[in-house]
Design a protein around this ligand. Structure first.
Ligand SMILES: *Cc1c(COP(=O)(O)O)cnc(C)c1O
Length: 357
């Protein structure tokens, strides 16, 4: 069986050697030595100003909305994982969907201004499959209209744009370290911001609002990463180079096999150093996608419709249409991609697909 992804697991003895440090300290959470070490190492590895490790990649979105004091309408993309939209609704704000660019699959920055109203407080956009949004244009729009910018950068571990970590753009960026993501801690995630004051606000929000043991800075929730999660991150991190190399080989083989076919892959924004996080293909229509998906399943190969459905169709939202996202979302399929996927398997997957176009 070949799944769309496969969690990278470090040698168990290495994980346990790191875990034993938490045992020796008798300390499982509340920012123990492992969480702090993981944050330090990631800060250097990613080249970011500030990082706050969290227990998943969804609470950071909710905390970011809270920390920036957002209210009313938040402009967002319908082509993302449900957490992007649900976090906006969960925080009592209204998502306003702006269509995506048909090639980049990220929010179409040229359509943002038309969606701004007096109630708009922010833009929350996703760097889809690690492909950056038009961050400079979005920053200019935000400045002009006095809006905050949050990036759901769940797919962006290690992505650089114009020689800078993509996490350094916007007021706040979030990442997910879920087991299905490129870098993982089982469940986990992080918050990033260039701004030290914003970091301090995020920090108290993620720890019940505590300011010391008995005082409170304000409202908070519990989004702390545990030592068990950090131990996994510390065990996985040394393998990032080989993880990326294996994924890069699979991606370049897929690309070669699909040359000259009608299959469209991800169109990366110029200036991006990508992370090989996903291999999405855009089919000509949904019928073709379903035919390919079924053919793969007959060989016990499981792709995934990611992201489908387009989020403007969620049952708890008022119905509305978003042209490109509604038409592209049914045609996107993510093919198996993970460290250790053999080139024979890539060849097999590609040839089944080509036979079923
Ligand atoms: C995975 C993902 C999330 C949620 O992350 P969790 O760690 O699973 O909570 C949010 N947004 C996007 C785009 C994702 O892919």
């Amino acid at each position: 069986m070949i799944n769309v992804t496969k969690t990278f697991l470090p040698p168990q003895d290495e994980y346990q050697a790191i875990l034993s440090r938490a045992w020796n300290a008798g300390w499982m959470t509340n920012r123990g030595v492992l969480v702090r070490e993981l944050e330090d190492k990631l800060k250097t590895y990613l080249g970011v100003s500030n990082i706050l490790a969290t227990t998943n990649g969804t609470l950071p979105l909710q905390i970011a909305i809270k920390a920036l004091g957002l209210t009313g309408e938040i402009i967002t993309t319908p082509f993302s994982y449900v957490a992007t939209t649900s976090s906006i609704v969960w925080e009592g704000c209204t998502p306003i969907f702006v269509d995506i660019h048909p090639d980049y699959l990220t929010i179409d920055e040229t359509k943002i201004e038309a969606a701004i109203t007096p109630k708009t407080s922010a833009i929350l956009a996703t760097h889809v499959f690690g492909n950056p949004c038009a961050v400079e244009a979005i920053e200019a729009i935000a400045k002009k209209h006095n809006l905050k910018v949050i990036y759901d950068a769940a797919h962006c571990f290690g992505v650089r744009y114009k020689d800078k970590s993509i996490f350094e753009y916007g007021d706040i960026s979030t990442c997910s370290f879920h087991a299905t993501k490129l870098f993982h801690t089982g469940e986990g995630g992080a918050l990033f911001t260039k701004n030290k004051e914003v970091y301090d606000t995020l920090f108290y929000h993620h720890n019940f609002g505590h300011k010391g043991k008995e005082a409170f800075q304000g409202l908070g929730v519990n989004a702390k990463m545990s030592e068990l999660q950090a131990a996994m991150g510390l065990a996985v991190l040394p393998y990032m180079q080989s993880i990326l190399k294996s994924r890069e080989e699979a991606v370049s083989n897929y690309n070669k096999f699909f040359e000259g076919t009608s299959i469209r892959g991800l169109h990366l924004r110029e200036g991006t150093t990508w992370n090989y996080s996903y291999y999405p293909v855009v089919f000509e229509n949904e019928t073709q996608l379903l035919q390919v998906k079924t053919a793969l399943e007959k060989h016990a190969i499981f792709s995934r419709r990611y992201f489908y459905p387009s989020l403007n169709n969620l049952s708890y939202l008022k119905k509305n249409k978003v042209e490109h996202s509604d038409s592209i979302s049914p045609c996107v399929l993510c093919l198996p991609l993970y460290s250790g996927l053999s080139l024979e398997d890539v060849a097999k997957i590609s040839s089944i697909i080509k036979k079923n176009l």
